[in-house]
Design a protein around this ligand. Structure first.
Ligand SMILES: Nc1ncnc2c1ncn2[C@@H]1O[C@H](COP(=O)(O)OP(=O)(O)OP(=O)(O)O)[C@@H](O)[C@H]1O
Ligand SMILES: Nc1nc2c(ncn2[C@@H]2O[C@H](COP(=O)(O)O)[C@@H](O)[C@H]2O)c(=O)[nH]1
Length: 187
């Protein structure tokens, strides 16, 4: 069986990666599966353990790092985020195309370990619109919003590390473009 693709969706916090994902994951012809990340961040209202994230504590996360169980990991605005390696390998070996939705430090690590990964960077129409989206989500206090915005400006500088850049103005259109990228790379 042909091994599934590894698809990295990255871009600044609040750009709409999760929103776009909800659209393109519905297209069964793309044969996609989402890699659930592990994080030490507290769940937001409505987030479910083992669905949105595997929520854990710092000690357990550090054990996972030490045991080599993460494909990549990063510290982002005071919390750890990482991709469990075993699940990604298992799914790819079953022929599924695996989607990672991760920030830029993690994407760099995956690119080094898996040079054939498909890398897609999502950008906002403007930085003002990005700020509007982060604020509109109402999920973080002002201090964290400021940290995420500062981080976003740095993350945008890494745009040229990615093979594909997709602007999220209309999320359905952005999802269609990602679907096309997956189809082209599945041939
Ligand atoms: N094209 C769009 N136009 C307007 N609002 C959008 C668009 N895409 C997403 N949003 C809104 O922006 C906010 C952030 O979106 P979302 O949570 O999907 O971003 P994200 O990139 O996954 O964030 P994070 O990386 O922090 O998890 C949400 O409130 C979402 O509804
Ligand atoms: N390097 C990784 N980054 C990840 C992972 N899972 C999510 N993320 C990214 O972290 C930021 C913040 O996420 P939030 O849910 O707190 O808003 C965002 O850019 C995510 O895409 C991961 O496994 N590794």
């Amino acid at each position: 069986m042909k091994k599934g693709l590894l698809i990295i969706i990255s871009g600044p916090s609040g750009v709409g990666k999760g929103t776009i994902r909800e659209y393109f994951m519905k297209d069964e012809s793309l044969n996609l599966t989402y890699s659930i990340s592990m994080t030490t961040r507290a769940p937001r209202a409505g987030e479910v353990n083992n669905v949105d994230y595997i929520f854990t504590d710092k000690a357990e996360f550090e054990r996972q790092i030490k045991a080599g169980k993460l494909l990549e990991w990063a510290e982002f605005v005071g919390n750890y985020y990482g991709t469990p390696l075993e699940q990604v390998e298992k799914l790819r070996n079953e022929g599924k195309n695996v989607v990672l939705e991760i920030e830029v430090q993690g994407a760099t690590q995956v690119r080094e370990k898996c040079p054939d990964a498909i890398t897609i960077f999502i950008i906002p129409p403007t930085m003002e619109e990005l700020e509007k989206r982060i604020r509109g989500r109402k999920s973080e206090p002002e201090e964290v919003i400021q940290q995420r915005l500062a981080k976003a400006a740095l993350e945008m500088k890494q745009i040229s590390d990615y093979k594909y850049v997709v602007c999220n103005d209309d999320p359905e259109l952005a999802a269609d473009v990602i679907g096309l990228i997956v189809k082209r790379n599945s041939k």
